[in-house]
Design a protein around this ligand. Structure first.
Ligand code: 9YW
Length: 412
């Protein structure tokens, strides 16, 4: 396909997955509105339909809980093809529409800023309405997911990287006793060998049941959850998003002092995510140790505006090892599996965030190399959920919204 045909195909995917106000990640496998998927979708739409971009974000925030939490899934319309649905989450009365009870990486402020900067006139009203909601969401993270400036997650789904090795030790410490029978739906849509295992899934559901048992009470969940892992992706994403929100505060004439204080706190916290090998890595808060993993999240330091010669060296190694970097787990590590979800495959969305960070920090050659290889991956293998980093084989769901958005907004 030539460039123009790829652009058209990517736009067609966004239109096809559009349910009027929100966009599905892909139909069948993910039939609802996902939080960070929607933020990427908005940035994709902004390349050709700015009004639709704002509508995506506005619809996403229509599901915000009064405590500021923005759920990771909004169940706008029931769909039996997905598990776990609203009946399992049991969040009735917590938010304005049926939803999950956990959040997801807060990339929305960063994309809101980029969409606003593209056309400040079109963005003035929607941005003014979104600003206090974004602040409330970030405040919720700073209050309930903050360990000394490191942002932690209470469920692997909250971090968006479901089965990353960063979570292994915390997951192994859980005995999912009493989880009961349930039927997964994901493996009816895609190859089970490319998904989280049954052991993982039992713990995902057990953790949902546990937090539900605590009534989704913020303090109880933050204190008691057996799964509490500080996450480099979450920390760098929130750090970056706070900076972008502060820039928006300037543009809108709002106060930025609280945002600047969070930025300082998270910058100090992110430093603590460097393990003894100098790599930004998950930290199991209940056990008090790092994972020792080089994941694609480790390379988000530049996105958070922290530089690292060591990570640049790791990036050059990834370019040498993989035709289609950045692998979600370092090639050659014991955890590496080229096809199993967040344990090896390449994800276009994370590549885009890494690339934006590299460019910001002056690593132009690496940013361009990553962009060009990601573009080749999509041109050769289509807009898949994720890809084998060695062969480029597409994996997971097809016609994927965030991958099409990444093509339109960055890779192309
Ligand atoms: C799930 C929708 C979501 C993404 C996550 C990804 C996966 C599975 O799909 O989660 O059932 O929520 O890991 O990051 O938002 O694309």
């Amino acid at each position: 396909m030539d460039h123009l045909a790829l652009d058209q195909a990517a736009r067609a995917i966004l239109r096809k997955n559009d349910r009027g106000g929100y966009t599905l990640p892909t139909s069948g496998l993910y039939p609802y509105q996902w939080n960070w998927d929607s933020a990427f979708a908005a940035w994709g739409f902004a390349q050709f339909d700015i009004e639709r971009a704002w509508l995506e974000l506005t619809t996403l925030f229509s599901g915000q809980w009064p405590n500021g939490m923005l759920p990771h899934i909004l169940f706008h319309k029931p769909d039996p093809g997905y598990f776990p649905g609203p009946d399992v989450w049991g969040t009735e009365g917590k938010g304005p529409i049926p939803s999950s009870g956990i959040s997801q990486p807060p990339v929305a402020a960063t994309f809101a800023r980029m969409i606003y900067d593209k056309n400040p006139d079109a963005g003035r009203n929607p941005m003014a309405a979104l600003f206090p909601k974004l602040v409330a969401w970030h405040r919720w993270f700073m209050r309930w997911r903050n360990a000394d400036g490191m942002i932690f997650i209470t469920h692997p789904w909250e971090g968006g990287r479901d089965n990353a090795p960063d979570w292994d030790s915390a997951m192994q410490a859980i005995d999912p006793v009493g989880v009961g029978d349930y039927t997964r739906r994901d493996t009816a849509h895609v190859d089970a060998s490319m998904r989280p295992t049954k052991d993982d899934y039992d713990r995902y559901i057990w953790l949902v049941q546990r937090a539900r048992g605590l009534g989704w009470d913020d303090a109880a969940v933050a204190q008691d959850q057996p799964f509490k892992v500080a996450d480099p992706l979450m920390t760098f994403v929130l750090l970056r998003a706070n900076r972008d929100l502060a820039a928006l505060a300037d543009a809108l004439g709002e106060d930025r002092a609280e945002l600047d204080q969070w930025t300082a706190e998270l910058t100090a916290g992110a430093e603590k995510l460097r393990n003894t090998a100098g790599v930004f890595d998950g930290f199991n808060l209940n056990a008090g140790h790092h994972t020792g993993s080089v994941s694609n999240a480790s390379f988000l330091c530049w996105y958070g505006h922290l530089d690292s010669a060591q990570m640049l060296d790791e990036l050059h190694q990834a370019f040498d090892q993989c035709r289609y970097p950045v692998p979600s787990q370092k090639v050659g590590s014991d955890w590496f599996n080229a096809k199993r979800y967040w344990r090896g495959p390449t994800w276009g969305i994370v590549n885009m965030l890494i690339g934006l960070g590299l460019a910001d920090m002056g690593h132009k050659a690496e940013a361009e190399e990553l962009r060009a290889r990601t573009a080749a991956l999509m041109a050769e293998h289509g807009f898949a959920e994720y890809y084998d980093p060695l062969t480029g084989d597409p994996a997971g769901g097809g016609s994927f919204t965030w991958t099409a958005a990444v093509w339109l907004a960055w890779a192309s």
